[in-house]
Design a protein around this ligand. Structure first.
Ligand SMILES: Cc1ncc(COP(=O)(O)O)c(C=O)c1O
Length: 380
């Protein structure tokens, strides 16, 4: 498929990149082992054991790499396996990591837990990232859109500051996806994504990807093998299948989220709405410069925690569940779920109030989503 010089669109890449011309649908190499020393090679390494490499997993890696415009890509058993591998393989005692307090909770816990190995971790607010990166920084880790208050850090400035200071920039692009943003094109060194979310897109598989410069990929590969965070071939097949509709789904979710955000902004029972696509958002100008769409997650605040919990039980088909990026519209109450273990003072600093709710817009008709929300809000 990859004819040199030919630029194809996101859906064409998702559907065709890396495919064997003999097949329409790729086979699943549901095998732990391969015959060697006469077996196939992947990236110049002999194929022998699926914890190291697997042809179905490698097909996914080729597709994601082409979507993210990377030099090489590795797939993992989860987004957290990708994130932990990049950190464990890169930092040593005495190194400094700079990150935002506004990143995904498990990533923050992981980075803070590296302090016990003598690694210094600076956790700041999104707005303080640029000034926190210095000559002492080994890696800066940021997210393109942060959770649950949908902040957009100034990625071009952060990447530039990393370059000037010799630091490696790693961007978690889970919320934006390569449809809305490609961090490598803006100069980031590495991009990671939880494939569990939009890439898989159906809430039926856990996976992660890491793409970027070739330079450190052999090392990441070695750590993936030794930590054991490899992706299962059946899971890779499901993500490959999900990718075929990635662009269609994300564009639909961009549009749906924008409509929901505007609807909620005008609702008398809603105190505040967080979505970078809203003109009233402090991130609208920056986000509009970087992205054609702002993703499918919208957060909003009702009067208090009691009403937020009541709203969850008043919805009809919108279900309370973690995760995002699937076909089903889902809702969460961060204070009693994802951010429960964070102390109230820090939650306040992050703008996470008791009445905050996070929606992941699915693929249902938008009028149905609005009706479900409106009924539940009116019952408060
Ligand atoms: C932004 C972000 N990064 C990483 C992860 C971790 O991904 P996984 O659950 O696939 O390990 C998540 C999961 O919610 C996430 O939201």
């Amino acid at each position: 498929m990859s004819e040199p010089g030919k630029k194809r669109g996101i859906s064409s890449i998702s559907i065709h990149e890396g495919e064997d011309p003999l097949y329409i649908i790729p086979p699943i190499y549901q095998s732990a082992i391969f015959k060697h020393p006469f077996g196939e090679q992947i990236r110049g390494r002999e194929l022998k054991y699926s914890r190291e490499d697997n042809p179905t997993v490698h097909l996914l890696e080729k597709k994601v790499n082409a979507l993210e415009k990377g030099e090489d890509c590795l797939a993992f058993g989860s987004g957290m396996a990708a994130i932990s591998t990049i950190f464990l393989s890169t930092v040593s005692k005495g190194d400094e990591i700079v990150t935002s307090k506004e990143i995904y909770g498990a990533s923050l816990v992981l980075l803070r837990s590296l302090e016990k190995f003598g690694i210094r971790v600076k956790c700041v607010l999104n707005g303080d990232l640029v000034k926190s990166i210095t000559r002492d920084t080994k890696i800066a880790f940021i997210e393109t859109i942060t959770n649950p208050t949908l902040g957009v850090p100034n990625l071009p400035e952060i990447v530039k500051t990393c370059r000037e200071n010799g630091a490696i920039s790693v961007v978690d692009n889970t919320f934006a996806t390569p449809v809305n943003f490609r961090p490598l094109e803006w100069g980031a060194d590495y991009v990671v994504e939880s494939a569990t979310k939009y890439l898989g897109g159906h809430n039926d598989v856990i996976g992660g990807v890491l793409s970027g410069k070739k330079e450190r990929m052999a090392d990441f590969w070695e750590w993936r093998r030794n930590l054991g965070g490899s992706l299962d071939p059946l899971a890779a097949f499901l993500i490959i299948r999900g990718l075929k509709t990635l662009k269609l789904r994300v564009e639909c979710q961009n549009k749906g989220a924008q409509e929901v955000a505007e609807f909620l902004e005008g609702h008398t029972k809603v105190k505040r709405v967080f979505y970078p696509g809203l003109k009233s958002s402090q991130f609208n100008k920056l986000a509009s410069r970087l992205m054609p769409g702002f993703g499918g997650v919208v957060s909003f605040e009702v009067e208090n925690g009691e009403k937020a919990l009541r709203l969850l039980t008043s919805l009809s088909f919108i279900k309370t569940a973690p995760s995002l990026g699937g076909a089903e519209t889902l809702i969460t109450h961060p204070v009693s779920s994802s951010h429960k273990s964070i102390n109230p003072a820090e939650r306040k600093e992050l703008g996470i109030e008791e009445g905050l709710l996070r929606l992941s817009i699915g693929l249902e008709e938008i009028d149905d989503i609005l009706e479900d929300l409106d009924k539940a809000l009116k019952s408060l």
